[in-house]
Design a protein around this ligand. Structure first.
Ligand code: IPD
Length: 263
């Protein structure tokens, strides 16, 4: 486990936010059967978790800036540090009572992602990494998988929702190309966990377009520190600005990129 002061700050913040989310997740089940449904309640839970993270991290590291899913960008006096925060990644799963969601916090220093924490409060699974310090899953060192070929691999992806209908055709083309070569595909519904699962060797690769910086910032550090590769879908390093990502162990990342390029 990484015992740095920074990791203590980050893990304490996600555990606190996660405690609230876990409580709220229990309530979602009751609301499923109500006429109004749990929509507004989930939005409020999301905002509460973000407030907790904002308060905890601001107190521990005054002056750092924020880029948050709900609250947008908040400039800090310290221009070299920015937190990338998704208080509830996997909102749709949470809304439907599916326990695959996470709190995701990444730290950017001088334009580089240097630390990431992804925590699923429902399963109490904590994935952490700090640049140069390795990656850990519940206090144990984690590594990307050693699978070398797509046919033996499990590859995660993100499916654009109805609101992203303009991306459906391209996704279908890419999915068909990847499916034709890959053992099997997963759609977890939480990008931070897709990346955490690649880092932990549960999935061998992952790609998605239309993804936001706060969904992937923490996970990028996890995959890299677990020995994996992360790029945008063209092999470049502009994942955050191009809203596209491709990750995996070295061999699967390469084969996935090639498959996507030819799709
Ligand atoms: C979403 C999830 C999902 C991905 C979407 C994201 P949210 O994040 O990560 O897996 O496919 O692109 O927007 O909205 O649940 O924080």
């Amino acid at each position: 486990m990484i015992r740095s002061a920074l990791m203590n700050v980050m893990t304490a913040a996600v555990i606190k936010a996660g405690r609230g989310l876990k409580r709220d997740f229990g309530e979602v089940e009751n609301l499923q059967v109500s006429v109004k449904g749990p929509g507004d309640f989930v939005t409020a839970a999301d905002k509460r978790a973000e407030k907790t993270l904002f308060e905890e991290l601001s107190r521990a590291r005054p002056g750092y800036g924020f880029l948050m899913e709900e609250g947008g960008a908040v400039e800090g006096s310290d221009k070299s540090h920015t937190w990338h925060i998704d208080p509830l990644d996997g909102t749709s799963n949470f809304l439907h009572g599916i326990p695959i969601f996470a709190v995701s916090v990444g730290l950017e220093r001088e334009g580089q992602l240097v630390a990431g924490v992804v925590y699923n409060p429902a399963s109490d699974e904590m994935f952490v990494a700090e640049k140069g310090q390795g990656a850990y899953f519940n206090n144990r060192r984690m590594r990307v998988s050693a699978r070398k070929t797509l046919p033996e691999s499990l590859v995660a992806c993100g499916i654009p929702p109805l609101a992203g209908i303009e991306r459906h055709a391209r996704f279908q083309t890419e999915l068909a190309a990847v499916m034709a070569k890959t053992g099997n595909i997963r759609r977890l519904g939480a990008a931070a966990l897709d990346l955490a699962f690649v880092a932990a060797g549960r999935c061998d690769g992952y790609w998605e377009r239309g993804i936001k910086p706060w969904d992937i910032a923490a996970g990028i550090v996890l995959v890299r520190e677990a020995g994996g590769f992360v790029t945008d879908v063209d092999g470049g390093s502009d994942m955050l600005s191009r809203n596209a990502i491709c990750a995996g162990n070295e061999a699967i990342h390469r084969q996935l990129l090639e498959t996507l390029r030819k799709a």
